[in-house]
Design a protein around this ligand. Structure first.
Ligand code: ATP
Ligand SMILES: Cc1cn([C@H]2C[C@H](O)[C@@H](COP(=O)(O)O)O2)c(=O)[nH]c1=O
Length: 206
C-alpha cells in the first residue's frame, strides 16, 4: 500500500503522517515513512539544491525536472523495494505536488508536468492520497508560528503563488476523484488524525 500525503504549506501533513506511523507501529504493521523531495541520499541532495533560498534564479522547468529526478531515485531506491516486500509506504508529498506547484502555480501546465513525470514514475502511482485541505493563509500562519521550521525557497514565494498552489490542488482533485481523499485540515490535530485513520483502516481491511 502506497499512501501519499498532499496539501499546501503548513497543512499538517507531517504531523499526521508521524501519528499514523506510530499507530501502524503499535499494531505491528510493516511500514516506512519517507518524504519528497528527499528520503534517500541523492534525493536529499537534490532537495537542498531545489529549496536553497539563494537559488532565486531557478527556472520553473529546471525546478520541475529536479523534482522529477529526485522522485525517480527515491522510487527506485526506497519506495519500490518496500512495496515489493509488502511494506506500507507513507510518503510526505509525491506527484500531485508537482502538478499543483510546477504544473499549475508555476504555469508550466498540469498536463506537461504529468507527462514529464511519467518518465520518472513508470506507472507507480499511490494506492490512495490524503489531501490536507487548508486555506493558504492559515497554513502559512501555522508555519510562521513554528520556530523550529526552517524557511525554504518555496515558503518565501508570495501569497498569490500559494493561492495558485491551492487552486492547482483543486484541479488535481478533480482529475483523480477516486484516488484522493479530501480532509478538512483546519480542524484539530485529533479530528484530522481520526479522519485519516478511518480511511487507512478501511483500506487495510479490504
Ligand atoms: N490540525 C492542526 N491544527 C493546528 N496546528 C497544526 C495542525 N496540524 C499541524 N499543526 C501545526 O502546524 C505546523 C505545520 O504542521 P506540519 O509541519 O505538520 O505541516 P506540513 O503540511 O507538513 O507543512 P509543510 O508541507 O510546509 O512542511 C506545525 O507547527 C504543527 O504543529
Ligand atoms: C514533492 C514536491 C514538493 N514541492 C515543494 C512543496 C514544498 O514547498 C517543498 C517541500 O517542502 P516540505 O517542507 O517538505 O513540504 O517543495 C514542489 O513544489 N513540487 C514537488 O513535486
Amino acid at each position: 500500500m502506497f499512501i501519499t500525503f498532499e496539501g499546501p504549506e503548513g497543512a499538517g501533513k507531517t504531523t499526521i503522517l508521524k501519528m499514523i506511523a506510530k499507530n501502524l507501529e503499535e499494531k505491528q504493521y510493516e511500514y516506512i515513512q519517507t518524504r519528497e523531495p528527499g528520503g534517500i541520499r541523492i534525493s536529499e541532495a537534490i532537495r537542498s539544491v531545489i529549496l536553497d533560498k539563494a537559488h532565486t534564479e531557478m527556472d520553473a522547468r529546471t525546478e520541475a525536472l529536479l523534482y522529477a529526478a529526485s522522485r525517480r531515485q527515491h522510487l527506485i531506491e526506497r519506495v519500490m523495494p518496500a512495496l515489493e516486500n509488502g511494506t506500507i509506504v507513507l510518503c510526505d508529498r509525491f506527484i500531485d505536488s508537482s502538478l499543483a506547484y510546477q504544473g499549475y502555480a508555476r504555469n508550466i501546465g498540469i498536463q506537461e508536468v504529468w507527462d514529464l513525470n511519467q518518465f520518472a514514475i513508470q506507472d507507480c502511482m499511490p494506492t490512495f492520497t490524503l489531501y490536507f485541505d487548508i486555506a493558504p493563509e492559515l497554513g502559512l500562519q501555522r508555519i510562521a508560528a513554528n520556530a523550529n521550521r526552517e524557511v525554504n525557497r518555496l515558503d518565501q514565494e508570495s501569497i498569490s503563488f500559494h493561492k495558485r498552489v491551492y487552486e492547482g490542488y483543486e484541479q488535481v482533485l478533480q482529475m483523480f476523484p477516486n484516488r484522493i481523499y479530501r480532509i478538512d485540515a483546519s480542524k484539530s490535530v485529533e479530528t484530522v488524525f481520526e479522519e485519516c485513520w478511518k480511511i487507512i483502516t478501511t483500506h487495510l481491511n479490504e
